[in-house]
Design a protein around this ligand. Sequence first.
Ligand SMILES: Nc1nc2c(c(=O)[nH]1)N[C@H]1C(S)=C(S)[C@@H](COP(=O)(O)O)O[C@H]1N2
Ligand SMILES: [Mo]
Length: 185
Amino acid sequence: MSRLPPNQRLTKGFPVLHIGKVPEFDKRTWDFRVEGTVENPLILTYDGLLALEGTVDVSDFHCVTGWSRFDNKWEGVRFSDLVKLVRPKSNARFATIGAEGGYTTSLPLQELMEPDVILAYNFEEKPLEPVHGGPLRLVVPKKYAYKSAKWVRKVVFTQEQEPGFWEQRGYSNSADPWKEERYSY
Ligand SMILES: Nc1nc2c(c(=O)[nH]1)N[C@H]1C(S)=C(S)[C@@H](COP(=O)(O)O)O[C@H]1N2
Ligand SMILES: [Mo]
């Protein structure tokens, strides 16, 4: 199988795509919260987040508008490592990712537990730039990139799935680029 999903084209640059303004990052007030149906909710500062066990992963990125970018080197906290810390209750099946400015997306825990799913704070060995979601973004390589929320502040574990920003506006909830699941019809 080709490395490029159907009807995608390869880009060498790194397009910037989002709605709204790039948020200001103030290390003194920024926090990252993990809550919902978990045994051990967390509130971390930026330094607290960097102190967690980190992972580097190189992955491909596919935007639903048709561009793909190969070999992106992310460093951050594996979602599955976060799960070990917060210990979801047995009825937790999804998580909603909340970003600055109200953007949300959600995924089944089963998909978030994949080893390439990372809450990334570094990109290509440097702190992730604000335009690309710094200080913290989710990276879900096997899904169209609207699942890779930029400027993440919150993860809420849930029993039922809460449709995200684009998922409420006609984009696919499953968002698999290999099956070309772009729209929800
Ligand atoms: N918070 C937030 N995250 C977001 C978006 C957004 O509008 N807001 N757009 C998504 C979409 S559609 C894409 S293609 C990627 C683009 O990431 P990039 O700008 O780093 O290339 O961010 C995703 N994450
Ligand atoms: Mo996108």
